[in-house]
Design a binder for this molecule. Sequence first.
Ligand code: 2AM
Length: 180
Amino acid sequence: MIRLFVALELPDRVRDRLSGLCNGVPDVRWVEPANMHLTLRFIGEVEEPLLPEIDHALSNVRSSGFSLTLEGVDIFGDRRRARTLWAGVQGCESLKVLQGRIESALVWAGLDAEPRKLHPHVTLARLKGMKVDKLVSYLQANAAFRSEAFPLSEFVLYSSSLGRSGAVYAPEARYPLISA
Ligand code: 2AM
């Protein structure tokens, strides 16, 4: 089995900016800058022989390049048990279009449709069920976070495996963003 997801790679300078957000909350697991990405579709565990079919389907996705801006910080989870701290993404129609085309391609390749709505984000830390009270000052201090706009010219199929110090993400294939 191989664990897969489709994501956008972030430029180094954007990951540098994001790593500046990775402090100021005790007892959390900050994401290493090298592991920061923007997931478009979590695929999960699939049988390895399915990989060429997934690759073929993704290589047929046609979408133009576009620019993205990251902005704001927020959490997933609820007030008593925050799970994930993340940086958000400024609303972007091209991102939704791309995500929709990737979803259609994967369903065409035989995967089950993703029932969850995509909430684009870049995970900054895992919080192990922290109370939101402990995060209020961090969230307020970083509410105005905004990255530069950065261009995207490809999306990436990653595999995820468990290394000694957590998940290791490896690019399996890259797909250029080009118009039909
Ligand atoms: P997260 O960072 O918000 O946890 C690889 O695990 C990538 O797939 C991560 O960006 C992760 O998002 C995303 N992902 C989405 N759904 C997932 C799930 N059910 N299990 C693990 N990762 C998931």
